[in-house]
Design a protein around this ligand. Structure first.
Ligand code: PLP
Length: 376
């Protein structure tokens, strides 16, 4: 089937794989080994990758902490901040449509005594600055707002949020897993203190990611041990994974502007032609402030499960792969006010580096056929 689920994960780019391979075999050294060439080479490779990651988001390499992915980065950011500073201020503000890796971590912190405000987005998926401002309190420690939503692709007003948080001396974390590599992200421009990212969303391998920690931000480590990563994340470094993440960041940086253009044209064609060809369909989320390669479409008068099961020529999903063990309507769409039956009959199409025009044409025809058949 045609793969249109790039927001769930991406294939490893062959150039990324090539960069990684030697670090599994001949160059297998431990980056923490200080006494021989094997270790020195691995440490150099990690340092190079750290620069590549930092450059893509406008950070300095000292501010990059490698983790096992964005889930771990989010956990470290939120729990690490609360553990370090929660005795002074314990109020956290986040959004109801966050990924579970932030949402559930906030619930965990509530059980430990944090007070959490969950902002409800408008029906287009966006929160407003005024809404955030009204939620802030003298004891607000941390604001965590995702850069771009994984299910509907909407992009929150991150630069405005960053400016407000910086003014109020509140730590600002953003889960930028879906944004990094797709749109320009700059931690300095946006006044971001903590930022999570993951390699497997940008043509790198699964199981590796990073947390950007702005210089001067205090965190308590969540993994104790050999004090790797400036003591913030102990554990022998995943050198091949880190090299792959670095290469993926470098490639994303060089192709991003072109890809943004190319994919937004393909996405718009897919979206517009589905809306034209199939009656009673709606796009979920704001269509302007949105990732260039994501569209989430609801189909009225079809059974959601039958719809997804009938797509045999395309690989799509109804949202987060991370929670799809449960066939429940998406909590993101519910937060936008989409009724349950329509939320069930919603499909996320996410395009990527290997999507071609012919794929889009075939998808349009297939979606039209399937929906027409099910409605009959
Ligand atoms: N945050 C967002 C917005 C995501 O889309 C994902 C991916 O599913 C994650 C976090 C989790 O990332 P990882 O799979 O690297 O733990």
């Amino acid at each position: 089937p045609i793969y249109l689920d790039y927001n769930a994960t991406t294939p490893v780019d062959p150039r990324v794989l090539d960069a990684m391979l030697p670090w599994f075999t001949e160059q297998f050294g431990n980056a923490a080994s200080r006494t021989h060439l094997y270790g020195w080479e691995a440490a150099d490779a990690v340092a190079h990758a750290r620069q590549q990651v930092a450059r893509l988001i406008g950070a300095s390499e000292k501010e990059i902490i490698f983790t096992s992915g964005a889930t771990e980065a989010n956990n470290l950011a939120l729990k690490g901040t609360f553990e370090a500073l929660g005795a002074q201020k314990n109020h956290i503000v986040t959004v109801a449509t966050e990924h579970k890796a932030v949402f559930d971590t906030c619930q965990h912190l509530e059980a430990l005594g944090a007070e959490v405000t969950y902002l409800m987005p408008a029906s287009d998926g966006l929160i407003t600055l005024e809404q955030l401002e009204n939620a802030l309190r003298p004891d607000t420690l941390l604001v965590s707002v995702m850069y771009a939503n994984n299910e509907i692709g909407v992009i929150q007003p991150i630069a405005d949020i960053g400016r407000l948080c910086r003014e109020r001396v509140i730590i600002f974390h953003t889960d930028a897993t879906q944004a990094v590599g797709k749109i320009p992200v700059d931690v300095a421009r946006d006044n971001i203190d903590l930022l999570s990212l993951s390699a497997h969303k940008l043509y790198g391998p699964k199981g590796i990611g990073a947390l950007y920690v702005r210089k001067g931000i205090k965190l308590t480590a969540q993994l104790d041990g050999g004090r790797h990563e400036r003591g913030l994340r102990s554990g022998t470094l995943n050198v091949p994974g880190i090299v792959g993440l670095g290469k993926a960041c470098q490639l994303a940086g060089t192709s991003m502007l072109e890809e943004e253009k190319r994919l937004s044209i393909l996405r718009d064609r897919l979206e517009n032609e589905i809306l034209n060809a199939v009656i009673d369909t709606h796009v979920n989320g704001n269509r302007t402030y949105r990732l260039p390669q994501t569209t989430n479409i609801s189909f009225e008068n079809v059974d959601g499960e039958a719809l997804l099961m009938s797509f045999n020529r395309i690989a799509v999903s109804n949202g987060s792969a991370c929670t799809s063990a449960l066939i429940e309507p998406s909590y993101v769409l519910k937060a936008l006010g989409v009724p349950d039956d329509l939320a069930h009959a919603s499909v996320r199409f996410s395009l990527g580096r290997f999507t071609r025009e012919a794929d889009v044409e075939e998808t349009i025809a297939h979606v039209r056929d399937v929906v027409e058949r099910l409605r009959r």
